[in-house]
Design a protein around this ligand. Structure first.
Ligand code: FES
Length: 115
């Protein structure tokens, strides 16, 4: 049993620690913002933020998350508009856009955090 903080809410999940985070988010928590694309940490369609850093959830074991705060596209949509990535920086392409949205949000988090 693990407790995950996803989009600001705690969730108890009963999964093996080596289960990919993507499967837990989609299958156990019903979040469909992160998508399965390549499954090889190459395309970024499964990107989520963990403590502000972009992570490929298809290859990231749920046991590695610990107390980290996970944010998916659904969580980004609830943020105030001023903290969301701008549309101008998003290229066309569905999976690329998902990847870039999370990566842009990760960049904003880093940029707004003092070193
Ligand atoms: S599904 Fe392609 S990087 Fe995770």
């Amino acid at each position: 049993m693990a407790t995950l903080n996803v989009n600001g809410k705690p969730h108890q999940v009963d999964v093996e620690p080596d289960t990919p985070l993507l499967y837990v988010l989609r299958d156990n928590l019903g979040l469909h913002g992160p998508k399965f694309g390549c499954g090889l940490a190459q395309c970024g369609s499964c990107n989520v933020l963990i403590d502000g850093k972009a992570v490929r959830s298809c290859t990231y074991a749920v046991g590695k998350v610990g107390p980290g705060k996970i944010v998916t596209l659904e969580g980004l949509a609830r943020r105030p508009p001023s903290s969301r990535p701008g549309r101008a920086i998003l290229p066309s392409g569905r999976f690329v856009r998902r990847s870039r949205t999370i990566s842009a949000a990760a960049g904003r988090t880093r940029a707004s955090s003092p070193p």
